[in-house]
Design a protein around this ligand. Structure first.
Ligand code: FRU
Length: 567
């Protein structure tokens, strides 16, 4: 009796330490193990060590391969855990690719000791750099926003997601929703990898007239299947975007161009058919379709235009009014990496005409127009079917130069606040205006005397000015407006932790296209986004201060008001 009690106590202690006697791998070689999963609980918590090589896991059920995934299973120590949702009768067939231990030591890998089953996974917002009002994944890695659409009062945001680690891998579409573009709710994963490949970036459209025969108002998703080659596939949802079914005849578009991805589809009302734009090497390819399934190649744009310092990715194409005129023009968005104005990733755009077949650019071929002059603005695309003809976009708030290294763990990367796009003229040229969505006005709270980790700072500019945000450790960012040059600088060289990448500490500069009168600055723990009051400049930058900036020093011809945010 006493012995039983002792065993029970030891088992409880074992469980409390996160150990689970039931994880009993069969070691089959110095790099190979099998683990039969026990469906006693919902999740198997996988211990991750980021400096390790990927272990390749084949999930087998009833002798069939059901999925594969790559996870940096911990060898020496555990950085964090990721949840694997256990299915009935599953076996993990694991190959370790690392070479950090001598032969035979696989028995001692930290992952075996720390793997445990659990009915829950803690997604609480515990990291100090984790944004409060920006969209982030509950855990794991995120890059580009994908499949964004609006329907019945709900904004849907899918995203490039790694469910098995906080670095880029296992591309899957995560999914979140919002009714106000500020507060986001996590939804179940939308689209998972299959035999055609992992799921790269793409879009969703609302098929109001059932052109594809999936049903009225079906949501149709287009994404790149990243297999040996990149091909374009589709999936559809008849429950408003909750669940997606992959189209049985995928892929719908193929090519022999190696970089061939990120389809963006929209209904072209004037032409009376659908258009798709996607990145094909160093240009954008344009297609048309009546039924979303059969696509005709129409033309290519861009070989001689704009910046070609990197790969062209994540396009978008939209018509907008030019402010203060009765003109309408088309804007073609082209994200590029590397080749950005300050190194790494950035978003360029082209202004012109589009007739459903061909985009004709009005800019000089040698000219490059950047949408945002920060260092952390990439993969920007817009929502389909946004109300009131709005063009609402979201950018991934990072840069491929260091995205995998930024000092967070349980999650990595946030999206920008949503922005309203428009067009404005300056000196005979047309540019894209970028403003925080009007929904951000509703969260502006009472005035406060000093900045906090989440706040909005509104600055009235009357001439040259300098704003310094700093904390008691002397960490600071310095924002300088030069009224003669008509530029704004953002200096984050001493902003906090800048050590994780040589490319991180820097000063970035933006033109303001005329005098800047007002600045709106949004602070959210690890990000600072700045917008000129009329949308003539935006700058999106990450910062990793060891404690929040709690002091604002204003020099020169400026007056700043700080607002709390009601979130
Ligand atoms: C851009 C990108 C896309 C691709 C995706 C893969 O950041 O490289 O072109 O579809 O990321 O995650």
């Amino acid at each position: 009796m006493k012995k039983n009690k002792t065993i029970a106590c030891l088992a409880a202690l074992f469980m409390a330490l996160g150990c689970n006697a039931q994880v009993a791998p069969k070691i089959l070689g110095d790099r190979h193990a099998m683990l039969r999963l026990d469906k006693q609980k919902k999740f198997l918590l996988l211990p991750v060590e980021e400096k390790e090589e990927y272990a390749h896991i084949r999930v087998v059920r009833n002798n069939q391969l059901v999925k594969t995934l790559n996870c940096r299973l911990a060898v020496d120590k555990v950085d964090y855990f990721v949840p694997y949702e256990v299915g009935e009768g599953e076996l993990f067939d694991i190959s370790f690719n690392g070479n950090t231990r001598a032969t035979g030591a696989i028995n001692d890998f930290a992952c075996w000791k720390r793997m445990s089953y659990s009915d829950s996974f803690d997604t609480k917002n515990v990291e100090k750099h984790r944004p409060v009002y920006h969209h982030t994944p509950q855990y794991g890695w995120m890059n580009d926003p994908n499949g964004m659409f609006y329907k019945d009062g709900v904004w849907h945001l899918c995203y490039q997601f790694n469910p098995y680690g906080s670095q880029w891998e296992n591309m899957t579409w995560g999914h979140s929703t919002s009714t106000d573009l500020v507060h986001w709710k996590a939804e179940p994963t939308a689209i998972t990898p299959d035999a055609l490949g992992t799921i790269f970036s793409g879009c969703c459209v609302v098929d109001k007239n059932n052109t594809a025969s999936f049903g009225n108002n079906a949501i149709v998703a287009f994404y790149t299947s990243a297999g040996a080659r990149q091909t374009q596939s589709m999936a559809y949802s008849t429950d408003g975007g909750k669940t997606f079914t992959k189209y049985e005849n995928n892929p719908v578009i193929t090519s022999n161009v190696p970089d061939f991805r990120d389809p963006h589809v929209f209904w072209n009302a004037e032409a009376g058919f659908w258009n798709m734009i996607l990145a094909a090497g160093q240009q954008m390819s344009i297609y048309s379709s009546k039924d979303l399934k059969e696509w005709k190649h129409e033309s290519d744009f861009g070989a001689e235009y704009g910046n070609h310092g990197g790969v062209w990715e994540c396009p978008d194409l939209m018509k907008m009014k030019v402010a203060g005129t009765d003109k309408e023009k088309w804007m073609l968005i082209c994200n590029i990496n590397p080749g950005g104005p300050f190194g790494g990733s950035a978003t360029q755009y082209f202004i012109g005409e589009f007739d459903g077949h061909k985009f004709t650019c009005e800019d000089e071929p040698s000219e490059t127009k950047w949408m945002d002059y920060g260092k952390d603005h990439y993969a920007t695309i817009t929502f389909d079917n946004a109300p009131e003809g709005r063009r609402v976009g979201i950018a991934w708030m990072s840069n491929w130069q260091y995205a995998n290294q930024v000092p967070t763990k349980q999650f990595r990367s946030a999206n920008s606040i949503a922005r309203d796009f428009g067009l404005f003229e300056y000196n005979g040229e047309t540019y894209c205006s970028v403003s925080p969505v009007k929904e951000m006005d509703a969260v502006r709270g009472q005035r406060i005397s000093s900045p906090s980790e989440t706040c909005e700072i509104v600055v009235q500019l009357k001439g040259d000015a300098q704003l310094t945000l700093r904390n008691s450790k002397g960490e600071k960012v310095v924002i300088t407006y030069d009224a003669v040059e008509q530029t704004i600088d953002f200096d984050r060289r001493r902003s906090g932790d800048v050590s994780f990448s040589e490319a991180f500490p820097c000063i970035v500069t933006s033109p303001t296209y005329g005098q800047a009168k007002t600045l709106r600055i949004f602070v959210d723990r690890c990000s600072i986004e700045m917008f000129e009051g009329d949308g003539k400049m935006s700058m999106t930058n990450l910062v990793f201060p060891s404690e929040p900036y709690n002091k604002l020093i204003v020099k020169g011809k400026a007056k700043a008001t700080i607002y709390k945010l009601k979130i």
